[in-house]
Design a protein around this ligand. Structure first.
Ligand SMILES: [Zn+2]
Ligand SMILES: [Zn+2]
Length: 248
């Protein structure tokens, strides 16, 4: 199983960067998780559009979905030109209604699946991979996602501290976890996001083998976030680095 970080910034990118987006590759399956602004051109450095098997949107905040609007055109063009002859499955929550309605209508590119409507425990199987969606604690309907194939990978999405994420991350080979701020900003983030220290604490409570933090506000010095995550985890913590591919 391989993970490529396409974008790691929120809610706007640093120079030449991109917002939330990750390419997960396993069992011959190419899965895009989140489609924040700037990630499409980064993804095309790694795979052709025809090789994209599915897209998961953790939630519909702009920094996680803006490139779905250009991805849609890339898929439609590939189908029009005969390079591709299928729709790409797209999994997403239903809110906010305005964004959902707009994306739901991209039916010439995507086969839409609504995560909210998948019966508990919200599990799907796809090309030998098993994915599970667990409600996150955010200011919009949002999900944390686990993907099991040759390894077990968990993505927190955007979320405040919650037991559901810890439970989902038990025994993770890699937990990719949002770390939206330093401890000093905990008040600003509360009920919506994790501090870096909390991301570490989630990983420790779940017994995750590896922790990579992401969803960085551009104003922060990343090594400070890393240090606080390591204090929470009690182990070495990796920083998401754009363009980097790691083997899980
Ligand atoms: Zn975000
Ligand atoms: Zn968000």
């Amino acid at each position: 199983m391989k993970l490529t970080v396409l974008g790691c910034w929120a809610p706007y990118p640093r120079v030449s960067g991109a917002c939330s987006g990750y390419l997960l590759q396993d069992n011959g399956c190419n899965l895009l998780i989140d489609a924040g602004n700037g990630i499409l051109s980064k993804m095309l450095q790694h795979i052709n559009i025809e090789d994209l098997d599915a897209v998961f949107l953790s939630h519909l905040h702009p920094d996680h979905i803006m490139d779905i609007y250009s991805l849609r055109h890339a898929i439609e063009a590939a189908n029009r030109e005969g390079r591709m002859n299928r729709l790409v499955p797209l999994y997403m929550p239903t809110g906010p209604a305005e964004d959902f309605q707009r994306i739901k209508d991209f039916t010439k590119a995507f086969q839409i699946h609504i995560i909210d409507e998948i019966p508990d425990p919200r599990e799907i199987t796809m090309a030998g991979l098993k994915a599970r969606f667990v409600p996150a604690k955010h200011n919009l309907p949002a999900y944390s996602i686990s993907i099991e194939g040759s390894k077990r990978f968990i993505f927190s999405g955007d979320t405040a501290f919650n037991e559901g994420l810890i439970e989902l991350a038990i025994g993770a080979d890699l937990l990719l976890c949002e770390a939206s701020g330093l401890e000093q900003d905990a008040d600003y983030l509360k009920e919506k996001h994790l501090t870096a220290r909390q991301a570490g604490q989630v990983a420790a409570a779940a017994g995750a083998k590896r922790l990579m933090i992401t969803h960085f506000y551009p104003e922060y010095v990343l090594s400070k976030l890393q240090r606080q995550a390591e204090e929470g985890f009690g182990k070495t913590t990796e920083l998401a680095r754009e363009g980097a591919t790691i083997v899980i």
